[in-house]
Design a protein around this ligand. Structure first.
Ligand code: ATP
Length: 211
């Protein structure tokens, strides 16, 4: 895959976030340059999802500064079409097949119609789900569904990946697939912040959150 035309970096300086007025995370600082990734660790309730929501612009930082930067350009807002967010919840409509779901997302991500079919085929192959292409997602297992959710990252083709427990319900082979996907993304100059209890390998910076 080609390098990203407009790679993005993110600098967090002493950021913190609250939930319903209560502090959840405090004092997070890091710099992610194109090609870098961070793995967020921490026990249940330590604030991994909250931080990801904050990076996605879904909740405001309670303190500190978040600076998204296009290389050689002025700062930009995070939700400008550069971001792929994989949440806890499935993004799939269960009555649709895997392929139909990905067609919907390809539309959402603005994929050109002429490229759509090939992109969906590639995405399904990358996540090891080609064989489920025509199956209604209600008939897939939790791990198989999660793979289709992950395939959206390939279709979105965006330089910033925020992923909340991408390996939830996924087998060990799938964890390797995720690690390789993110590795390929980093090689293209993408950045990633991934909350997971699995160890994705030595290429990730580690950010440990406490209780
Ligand atoms: N939507 C919400 N409204 C209010 N409080 C919330 C909300 N989501 C999370 N919290 C609170 O924020 C704290 C951090 O939760 P968060 O989901 O960010 O942790 P986490 O590290 O992602 O947990 P897990 O490993 O269980 O997914 C918890 O105490 C939780 O009660």
């Amino acid at each position: 895959m080609e390098p990203f035309a407009h790679p993005i970096s993110l600098e967090a300086t002493d950021v913190g976030c609250d939930r319903v007025g209560e502090p959840v995370v405090r004092g997070v600082s890091f710099k992610l340059r194109p090609g870098n990734a961070i793995q967020l660790f921490g026990p249940n309730g330590s604030g991994k999802s909250s931080l990801l929501s904050m990076f996605a612009g879904l909740i405001e930082p309670a303190e500190g500064d978040l600076a998204w930067q296009h290389e050689n350009e002025k700062s930009l807002k995070p939700l400008d079409g550069s971001l792929f967010f994989l949440g806890h919840e499935t993004s799939l409509k269960l009555a649709l097949t895997a392929e139909e779901n990905l067609k919907f997302w390809a539309d959402m991500y603005g994929v050109r119609k002429s490229l759509c079919e090939a992109k969906i085929r590639t995405a399904l192959a990358v996540v090891g789900a080609a064989e489920f292409s025509g199956v209604r997602t209600m008939r897939l297992s939790a791990g198989q569904r999660r793979r289709i959710d992950l395939a959206r990252a390939v279709i979105a083709d965006r330089p910033v990946w925020l992923m909340d427990e991408p390996a939830a319900a996924i087998d060990t082979d799938g964890v390797t697939v995720i690690s390789q996907m993110i590795g390929g993304h980093m090689k293209r100059g993408g950045i990633a912040i991934v909350a997971t209890h699995d160890d994705l390998g030595p290429n990730f910076h580690r950010l440990e959150l406490g209780r």
